[in-house]
Ligand binder design. Sequence first.
Ligand code: MV4
Length: 596
Amino acid sequence: MFKKVLIANRGEIAVRVIRACRDLGISSVAVYSDFDRDSLHTRLADEAYYIGDSPATESYLAVERILEVGRNSGADAIHPGYGFLAENSSFASAVIDSGMTWIGPSPDAIAAMGDKVAARKMAESAGFPPVPGTLEMIESPAEIVDFANKYGWPVAIKASAGGGGKGMRIVHSADEAEQAFVSARREAASYFGNDAVYLERYIQRPRHVEVQVLADLHGNAVWVGERDCSCQRKHQKVIEESPCPSISEETRKALGEAALRLVRASGYVSAGTVECLVDESDNFYFLEMNTRIQVEHCVTEEVFDLDLVATQIRIAAGESLEISQENLVADGHAIECRINAEDPSQGFMPTPGLITAWRMPQGPGIRVDAGYEAGLEVGQFYDNLVAKIIAHGRTRDEARARMLRALDETVIEGISTNIPLHKAILTHPEFIEAKHYTRFIEEDLDLNALAKPRPSASRAAEALSRQRVIVEVGSKRFDVNVYIPESADGSGAGAGAARPRTASALGRYKPKPPIGQQVRESATAVPGTITAPMQGTIVQINVEEGQEVSAGQALCILEAMKMENQISADISGRVKEIKCKVGDTVGAGETLVILE
Ligand code: MV4
């Protein structure tokens, strides 16, 4: 077994891998950026090394820096987590060339599955039918029309170097083909550096079901159930569960066996996920294979009582799989909610900022994998996942009830989260009956009706002081928060005096200026003065000085936490001044455009 493992990641997955290392008696090495100097993974690892500036390209994607830390710290192996370098075959090769073990599949397998056209061919030859479509890249819009004449509209155009639906275009008729082809190729070139695109029949109302597989270096392979990830928004999974509630036992078995055929045919080793679409008649089709541990691996761990991350590490160290297929029987049901720093009542705007209060749920059937705690800041540089709550029960209904209880117990202040969205989904009849499909979140939920997040503590920290008061009304006890303006409070001490912050109780809270929150709340909106709603980077400017614009028209795009946010005109008028340029990092409240 390895003595020391470097974790080339951050946030909750870095914490998860550190835990697996500790369980296995392996020493852990964290790497961190400027922004993460105080973060949970930095502090939890046995050793931690600074690798660079906050932007991921300067730190978590800085291959040479990470390899250098690996060598200097004496790490035997590198675990990449998910995202960042996890599916970068050159990085996997470089790790191996540096004399360390790569905890993951071979660089060849990563490259083969990263090429979605090659992966479709491989699935086809392994007897796992891919979504009907082309097995080669297409060269002209005429091929879209030919394809539709054979299979019917709509048709999906996908990037061969893409994945996860990024850059996917749906074409409904021949007159849309040309434009969709050109823009899909342009987007593929700019996002993935490769303009190859291919076609798939667009499956109506599909479910997204994925099979977890494990394979060792000795030819043993198993499938560890499946997960349903049909609850997505903009190709981001929101809730995942295992087992899939809507397929028959027969389909489940056929799916698992098809995934194993693909694993065997491709010689795949390590943990992996075979993603499928399942149509309304329970036909399933290969979509793509992910060659990493996934965010949602925890639901599988709960129903199979298995540590997938530890198993990945054991496989990389050359151990044989101890588990046999017959012994892999799902115990009950598990559901995972991804808790994101975003505001579903404001178009899912990312909400970076300082976490001023943080209480995670506990009790029967609840697991939390988190990357944050009180006193830490959620920044604009990385994704907006702050925690995963996983509920396990004997049945889906029990898991769902436990999740609702857990969401009610959860307290996160200072930033907005998508907890109100989770509550709306979990109580919606479509979800309860497991009939949710592709456009469930956008079409079936009333997002405007979602409860507004409670007044944030960062607002309280600025101008208001919070007092917790116990009130008895008709002898019934109420626990009430009263927000009192600091001037009226008299103490001048603000919220800190009303209740000690959790992190200061830990003795390590260092106040940092909250980004994102303070200015947004204190800025009084001046009509025509367009300000940044959060800290971020200007990636596009759509207007010129002197141009006439109408209210609601897009002025520029601000990127924060890997999400693009459209900044629109609040009034109709003329662009008087543009105060930013593409590439600028702007702070919350900073003036971007002035209209007159
Ligand atoms: C599709 C599809 C329909 N037809 N491909 C791709 C990646 C994943 N994020 C969703 N993707 C889809 N690919 C074809 N040929 C529909 C989706 C899809 C989806 C599928 C199941 C459940 C929810 C979904 C939400 C958006 C898109």
